[in-house]
Design a protein around this ligand. Structure first.
Ligand code: MIC
Ligand code: SF4
Length: 643
């Protein structure tokens, strides 16, 4: 039996376990990336492990999220990360150099290698044939120290692409079509692999748009083959030597196959408030809009922005629309500046932003009240834009640009013939904003610079024999990490201060939650399906840990969040019978008698509702390793105990 692309990479990097679906496997990690909003904590954790120099082939720290410096906090974090990088052997990509995933694809990603990143959109690297996975900061810290990264061996899904996109239909429309089929939880426990004749028609940045938004499927990762197109891209980036060919064996076996005929696709939009709420633009056409934002790690490549500039050239943004554009990297920005495309955007009335995440993470450009905002981003969760009642639609750069001109939802196919925009034969290469680490000889003399907002990791304790705690919060299905630990310009500067950021935990759903949880001392959260979807932010586990949350009992979990809970020593429980969800109310006193013994001995835990007198059963799906982590009180304690 042959192998899929992902299985080939896994096989080469397997350090523990076997490639049996559903079992725990440990992977050797070649590269890591962090960004600043998760990075400070990841490097605090790395320091706590006491390993002088990273053991990966390449580790890069990017500053791209917290670039709005309205106080000392973010700049202090940047300085801390820069000094840690210098000392411990990590490359540092300065603010202004671009969004981590875009820059990593351009300058560092290599086909066939493994990459983990403390950001859920790390699978962008799958566009270049890497096995690139989003993880919690602590997992990235462990991998930097040479430790394996553990996942559950996923199922394999093949998306078979046939045909060719019609003019003005774009890579974004492909991934929106996949989301329409698979939904935001359809990818959990799976790797999505793209294949078929249609692959050849897509450039590397287009493939990266698709693998990037594979995160919205809940998938472990997504991956494309590495082929002649990949070689051309790497050559144009001056790194042809990084190329290796990679494809699935003809007799590779997939658990699921999805057929997408590119020729049949049309421009699509993900409507509020979920990336899988997909409709054709045709159905929305004519509706007035207020804002357009173009950028983010999904759609801000050179090719994307050249198409946008082509559409805007010689035209004017509609009076009712604010158009903001953030090029994905310094390379893209600089090339647009030199070839005149930036001038076309500015002349049309675009507001040009720095190369960073910006509005995608609510760092500015929040729309007006009830504002309709078309964004080329990847997430449209309620409130994420910074405007609670903002109506966010995820669209392609082509749809975004043409709609910015007309002031209403517009199908870009009205533009007629395709624009003649080719991939450059050579990108502009200038890595002067990537700072190299100190040499082994010099590293000891580097001082790590800490600011007053940088606090240590919250206190943990080993699992107790029994847990007695009330239900401090009850929520429904599809709770995102943006609900649990909101981001935005006001809260993001607190990412390195868990006590402070905890005051915002779950406030989107319930303003009283932080004070209630604190007063209770110990508590349990109850939720529905796909709990914790979205980002990799471990703060969505660390803030509850700080507030005394001992267990989260839900119908099902999203992958990264479940592992962040385990890393933080919080029990991840699922209802054995999902109807039991109705048997617990806010404020009920719950008891998990003998929980330690039950966890150590098996996978089921008894939950007694002392308020109603009823008793239910919950599952605690753990591998041998994660069971040990939970018993130890989290991954940091486990790593210390085992090193
Ligand atoms: C996001 O897109 O939600 C983020 C902000 O990039 C997060 C990381 C974070 O919360 O810092 C992610 O995707 O993991
Ligand atoms: Fe940044 Fe948005 Fe990409 Fe997250 S999704 S890394 S916030 S651009």
């Amino acid at each position: 039996m042959g192998y899929t692309i992902a299985q080939k990479i896994i096989k080469e990097h397997l350090v523990t376990g076997e490639m049996i679906v559903g079992t725990d496997i440990g992977l050797k990690i070649d590269q890591t990336l962090t960004q600043d909003a998760t990075g400070t904590m990841a490097y605090i954790e790395y320091e706590a492990m006491g390993i002088p120099r990273v053991k990966t082939e390449k580790s890069v720290a990017y500053i791209d999220h917290n670039t709005l410096q309205t106080g000392f906090e973010n700049a202090d974090d940047h300085r801390f990360i820069q000094s840690v990088c210098k000392k411990h052997g990590i490359y540092f990509s300065r603010p202004g150099n671009g969004i981590c995933h875009q820059v990593h694809l351009e300058r560092f990603g290599k086909p066939g290698k493994t990459l983990i990143g403390s950001d859920s959109h790390t699978p962008t690297g799958g566009g270049i044939g890497m096995l690139a996975i989003g993880a919690g900061g602590l997992d990235v810290a462990v991998a930097m120290g040479g430790g394996a990264y553990y996942i559950t061996m996923p199922k394999m899904v093949r998306v078979n692409l046939t045909g060719k996109l019609n003019p003005w239909v774009s890579a974004k429309d492909i991934i929106l079509a996949v989301l329409r089929v698979m939904s935001v939880k359809g990818g959990v426990g799976k790797i999505v692999e793209y294949g078929g004749e249609g692959v050849k028609t897509l450039t590397v940045p287009e493939r990266a748009t698709i693998t990037n938004m594979g995160a919205e499927l809940g998938a472990t990762t997504s991956i494309f083959p590495s082929d002649e197109t990949t070689r051309e891209f790497l050559k144009a980036q001056g790194r042809e030597e990084d190329y290796t060919e990679l494809s699935a064996d003809a007799d590779a076996v997939y658990d699921e196959v999805i057929e997408i005929n590119l020729s049949e696709l049309e421009p699509l939009a993900a409507c509020p408030h979920s990336p899988d709420n997909v409709k054709p633009i045709k159905e929305l056409e004519g509706q007035k809009i207020d804002q357009v934002c173009i950028g983010s790690c999904t759609n801000s490549s050179y090719l994307d922005l050249m198409r946008v500039a082509h559409i805007l050239k010689g035209k004017k943004v509609a009076d009712n629309v604010s158009l903001a554009i953030a090029p994905g990297s310094k390379q893209v920005f600089n090339m647009l500046a030199l070839n005149g495309a930036l001038g076309d955007m500015i002349a049309a009335g675009a507001r040009i932003l720095e190369s960073a995440c910006g509005p995608c993470i609510g760092m500015g450009q929040s729309p007006n009240s009830k504002g309709i905002s078309l964004r080329t981003f990847n997430r449209n969760f309620e409130g994420r834009s910074g405007t609670a009642d903002g109506q966010i639609y995820l669209v392609s750069p082509e749809t975004a640009a043409v709609s910015a001109l007309s002031g209403v939802f517009t199908d870009p196919r009205c533009l007629g013939e395709a624009a003649d925009i080719e991939m450059p034969e050579k990108f502009l290469i200038n890595d002067n904003m990537v700072i190299e680490p100190a040499s082994v000889e010099d590293m000891d003399s580097v001082e790590v610079l800490r600011g007053p907002n940088i606090k240590s990791y919250p206190e943990t304790s080993p699992l107790t024999d029994t847990i007695e705690a009330s239900c401090s919060l009850k929520v429904g299905d599809n709770i995102t990490t943006d609900h649990i630990m909101p981001a935005g310009a006001k809260i993001l500067p607190l990412r390195s201060n868990i006590p402070k950021i905890s005051e915002h935990c779950f406030t989107v759903c319930d303003k009283e939650f932080p004070s209630r949880a604190k007063t209770l001392g110990k508590s349990i959260i109850v939720g529905g399906e796909n709990y914790g979807q979205g980002s990799s932010r471990e703060h969505a586990a660390l803030a509850p840990l700080f507030l005394g949350v001992k267990a989260v009992l839900v119908k099902s979990f999203a992958r990264i969040h479940k592992s962040n809970l385990i890393n933080a020593g919080i029990l991840p429980l699922t209802f054995t019978n999902s109807a039991d969800y109705d048997k617990i109310k806010l404020g009920d006193m719950l008891e998990l008698p003998n929980v330690k013994e039950e966890i150590a001995g098996g996978k089921q835990v008894t939950v007694v509702n002392k308020t109603t007198g009823e008793s239910i059963v919950a599952d605690c799906e753990l591998s041998d390793r994660t069971r040990e982590i939970i018993l130890a009180g989290g991954l940091l304690d486990y790593t210390k105990e085992n090193s």
